[in-house]
Design a protein around this ligand. Structure first.
Ligand code: F6P
Length: 550
């Protein structure tokens, strides 16, 4: 048992519940979705579930009621209920870092009783939210003035990973709700092009940088922040006092913020019980709040909270994140699927796949269980995707006729953000058509009946039987975006618990960071350096130095 009361030595594949699923898979694997629908035509209406504004249709999955019953039994056996409760109680469900995981507290209403190590946290959360609201209001109204007395017209978030992807994705998603008078830009990459392009055309006198970093030690972010500082000073005559009016920080590390030269008065705090990729609704959302305004931001938090509560309370068989997580386990572990496509039929959600890549792959890309033993299951899928209909003209060919099984999520909305002629209906018709063709395909007989020449028939057969979920919401709004993101956050946790892995650490990213720091002098030193690396890396460094004329 770990501190959160879970049997961390359980090998889930050795349980009777796993064996029952393996048996069941043998009977179901050869069955086609066409047959499942023929037997149960009502499943299109029946195999759906709702939470908040989200309607989730999972009828086009290779499952029956029995599959769901067995998957739910697996979740119970894995201790998912206890783990969810432990998370909400603020217990240390991140064992390798010995930390609580309480991003749900970031969107809980004031007064909710959530504690970490005996300390109430909702009071702290709402204290920071109040400061964010006041700051965002002052920037938006023009009351916050830059060094030369001009109002702020551009907010540049400097951060990477979880300190970038959430607000960057949401800024694109919620463009419709933004104050178009204040633009937000995002710098993440240590590639100098990123900074150069993000600041192109900006007036330093009207630009505010939000340096966002949980640790405030991340090489990329601190490098970009130093470059930004110089850019500002160069643009405003070099007076150090300008920094205070043009830089704020979001971090858990007050000392490092002070050391960087940002007054902790201008720092928005969060806490180590918020994981980087789960930090979107912490003060990391500050640039987004400036862009969309505190009211819309509150609506987004309320959307998150709706799904948090649903996850906490709904029975597993009607619990959207649990169902979604269990279906992912079903395909990953029993059908051998290795990737998962996210296909939002909304151009505004173009960054959602990138956001979900960090959320899912940094969380569940693990091969060791909680107890340090090798994982006995396959774990995290490769997430990828693009908005429809663009993806249809690019990679859907493989989804339809390739040899790889790719479960897909289709995400669409009833009402468009911009209603232009019939365009939205056309967009949605495409979405419904894609999931139908994936599921039902087209048989050789059907193709031949169209008069297709015999030699072309095999090329035009659409195998079908390719599973997908359809998620429908009334309209893309701050609230529905919050609901969607929370759905995926809790889906990730569900899978992690079944796989008995720590979805909240990320040790695998550390070694590369250390090595990059070690290698940098070898790239930049004037004399030919000794590179203490493998022969391949040494040869690449030598080649790079020649390219740089060193
Ligand atoms: O390198 C991975 C990571 O630690 C992510 O988990 C995190 O979101 C990102 O780096 C940025 O970290 P920080 O917010 O501390 O700068």
């Amino acid at each position: 048992m770990d501190t959160a009361g879970t049997d961390t030595t359980l090998d889930i594949t050795a349980t009777p519940e796993w064996a029952a699923l393996a048996d069941h898979h043998r009977t179901l694997a050869g069955r086609h979705l066409r047959d499942l629908f023929a037997e149960d035509p009502d499943r299109g209406r029946r195999l759906t579930a709702d939470a908040g504004d989200l309607h989730l249709d999972w009828s086009k999955h290779r499952v029956t009621d029995e599959t769901v019953r067995l998957l739910v039994a697996l979740a119970e056996r894995a201790g998912l209920r206890e783990r969810i409760d432990a998370m909400f109680r603020g217990e240390h469900v991140n064992p390798t870092e010995d930390r609580a995981v309480l991003h749900v507290a970031l969107r809980a209403p004031a007064g909710a009783a959530l504690t970490v190590d005996g300390q109430d946290v909702t009071g702290d959360v709402h204290g920071v939210l109040a400061r964010m609201r006041s700051f965002a209001g002052r920037v938006r109204s023009g009351e916050w003035r830059g060094h030369t007395g001009q109002p702020i017209r551009a907010v540049v978030n400097i951060g990477i990973g979880g300190s970038d992807l959430g607000p960057a994705m949401a800024y694109t998603a919620l463009r419709d709700s933004t104050d178009r008078g204040v633009t937000a830009r995002f710098v993440s990459n240590v590639d100098p092009t990123d900074f150069a392009e993000a600041t192109l055309g900006l007036d330093p006198a009207q630009t505010l940088f939000v340096v966002s970093s949980k640790t405030f030690t991340t090489l990329e972010t601190l490098t970009n922040a130093r470059v930004a500082r110089q850019w500002l000073l160069d643009g405003l005559g070099g007076e150090e006092s300008a920094v205070a009016k043009h830089f704020v920080a979001v971090s858990t590390n007050t000392d490092a913020v002070r050391e960087f030269g940002i007054d902790p008065e201008n720092m928005f705090e969060f806490w180590d019980w918020v994981g980087g990729r789960y930090s979107f609704t912490s003060a990391i959302g500050l640039s987004l709040m400036v862009a969309i305004g505190p009211d819309a931001y509150d609506e987004m938090l309320a959307g998150f909270h709706t799904i948090d509560e649903h996850f906490r309370t709904a029975p597993f068989a009607a619990n959207l994140p649990v169902l979604q997580g269990l279906l992912n386990v079903w395909y990953t572990d029993f059908f051998g699927a290795q990737t998962h496509a996210v296909l939002p039929y909304s151009q505004y959600l173009s960054r959602l796949p990138a956001y979900l890549q960090q959320l899912t792959m940094e969380s569940n890309g693990k091969s060791v269980r909680w107890d340090g033993q090798p994982a006995t299951t396959a774990t995290g899928e490769v997430y990828w995707g693009e908005p429809g209909t663009n993806g249809q003209h690019a990679f859907h060919q493989l989804l339809h006729q390739g040899t790889t099984l790719v479960p897909a999520d289709f995400i669409g909305f009833g009402e468009p953000n911009h209603d232009i002629g019939e365009m939205h209906d056309l967009l949605m018709a495409n979405m419904f058509a894609q999931s139908a063709v994936l599921a039902f395909g087209r048989t050789a007989e059907e193709v031949a009946a169209d008069g297709t020449p015999a030699e072309l028939v095999p090329h035009k057969v659409m195998p079908g039987n390719r599973p997908s979920t359809t998620i429908l919401a009334p309209k893309l709004t701050p609230s529905t975006l919050g609901q969607l993101v929370a759905l995926y956050e809790h889906t990730v946790m569900t899978q992690g618990v079944i796989w008995q892995i720590d979805s909240f650490d990320q040790w695998g990213v550390e070694l590369g960071k250390v090595m990059a720091r070690e290698l940098e002098p070898a790239l930049t030193s004037a004399e030919a350096p000794r590179v203490d690396q493998d022969p391949s890396t040494t040869a690449l460094v030598e080649h790079y130095r020649r390219l740089r004329g060193r």
